[in-house]
Design a protein around this ligand. Structure first.
Ligand code: NAP
Ligand code: 3JN
Length: 346
């Protein structure tokens, strides 16, 4: 890698995703000249550690982006909608972890293992898909390329960290409270901003984000539409049920996929074993399969329980697990930034 260094801003640096972005930038020795860590006014003035240096959090404002080459956003859709146009105007490449621009036809929606070439078609902003979409398309892309995909039926088992730092605290607090015999009052989940709250400790909640008029939740619709956009194939029929489970890190997915052509299981296993970003963990004889406790802290997507459907010869079932804050958010964003700078440097 050449010596060129870049001015980088992390917007939402004090959040669950922002914390992982900073950790990865340091771990990967991202070539940073100057780092800005931005949040709301609430955290402005706080300090964070980065590469053994203390950095002071500043309030994110429209003028924060002058001189910034790359900004990684994870402060919610409203912040992205407000600030990204200013950042683009300032010449900053924005990599956005929110839903704000994902379906915008002028914004590439990128998972490097699937459609990495789209990184170079941006007009100032590259969108990171939803965490549940990312791990699914990483696992399905090798099968799509070889056999085609006609239908996907997915059910998710999503960790509370997907709902932010306060949801992690809520699961810990409720679990300790219930074990101690206390009454618990749900405060955050299913989603901050919704009027009704449900207990997450020792429970599962079949709602992630708001309900839409068609009975699907927004999270479910994100998975459907984003998958078609990333794969570049609106003909794929996708249906999704998204569920919150009392796990801190790591989303799991039960996926049924119908392929367009006949396949041998041996070929499917070989494709998955060699796919970029995929680790095949699939040995029923020794009870090996992916689980969130093993995926936590890893950048890969883990695939197991791969089996042909009993009734549909072109149907496959599989179990897919990944760290939602890493491949599902921070790592996918940093990966995009790395691939973009690699190209700038020739
Ligand atoms: P979080 O832990 O609640 O952190 C939110 C972050 O946003 C904090 O740094 C917060 O700063 C900052 N923020 C809030 N309001 C702001 C404002 N008005 N101006 C500037 N900064 C503001 O949430 P998270 O889990 O990190 O998620 C943050 C966002 O990332 C989500 O809303 C979502 O859009 C996106 N996300 C994407 C995925 C994905 O699937 N790709 C997964 C999770 C999250 P303070 O410390 O000042 O409050
Ligand atoms: O709940 C999860 O597991 C993933 C949550 C993602 C999320 C949470 C709040 C707002 C998003 C997202 O990435 O789609 C958003 C949003 O940007 O709309």
């Amino acid at each position: 890698m050449s010596q060129k260094r870049w001015n980088v801003a992390v917007v939402g640096a004090t959040g669950a995703v922002g914390e992982q972005i900073l950790r990865l930038l340091a771990e990967r020795e991202f070539p940073i000249a100057q780092l800005k860590v931005l949040s709301s006014a609430r955290s402005a003035g706080k300090t964070l550690q980065f590469n053994n240096e203390t950095v002071t959090v500043e309030e994110a404002q429209p003028e924060s982006f002058h001189g910034v080459d790359i900004a990684l956003f994870s402060a919610g859709g409203d912040v992205s909608r407000e600030l990204i146009p200013h950042a683009i105007q300032a010449g900053t490449l924005c990599i956005d972890n929110t839903n704000a621009f994902r379906m915008d036809p002028n914004t590439p929606l990128v998972v490097p293992e699937v459609n990495g070439q789209e990184i170079f078609n941006h007009k100032g902003c590259i969108a990171n898909p939803n965490c549940s979409t990312i791990q699914m398309v990483v696992a399905l892309k090798p099968l799509y390329d070889r056999f085609g995909i006609s239908k996907i039926i997915v059910s998710t088992y999503q960790a509370v960290s997907g709902a932010g730092a306060r949801a992690i605290e809520e699961l810990n607090r409720q679990t300790a409270g219930i074990i101690a015999g206390d009454l618990v009052t749900p405060d955050i989940l299913p989603s901050a901003g919704l009027p009704v709250k449900h207990q997450i400790a020792f429970n599962v909640i079949p709602q992630i984000d708001k309900f839409q008029d068609n009975g699907f939740t927004l999270e479910e619709l994100k998975m459907i539409k984003e998958t078609q956009k990333i794969m570049g194939d609106p003909s794929i029929k996708v249906t999704s049920t998204c569920v919150r489970v009392p796990v801190v890190y790591g989303h799991s997915e039960s996926i049924y996929v119908e392929l367009k052509s006949d396949f041998e299981m041996e070929d499917v296993r070989e494709l998955l074993a060699n796919a970029p970003g995929v680790v095949l963990v699939d040995d029923p004889a020794t009870q090996q399969y992916p689980m969130p406790v093993h995926a936590t802290g890893k950048n890969d997507t883990f695939v197991g329980r791969v089996r042909r459907d009993l009734y549909e010869p072109r149907g496959l079932n599989m179990w897919v697990v990944s760290d939602n804050l890493l491949k599902g958010a921070a790592w996918n964003a940093v990966q995009i930034a790395e691939q973009w700078i690699a190209k700038q440097e020739g």
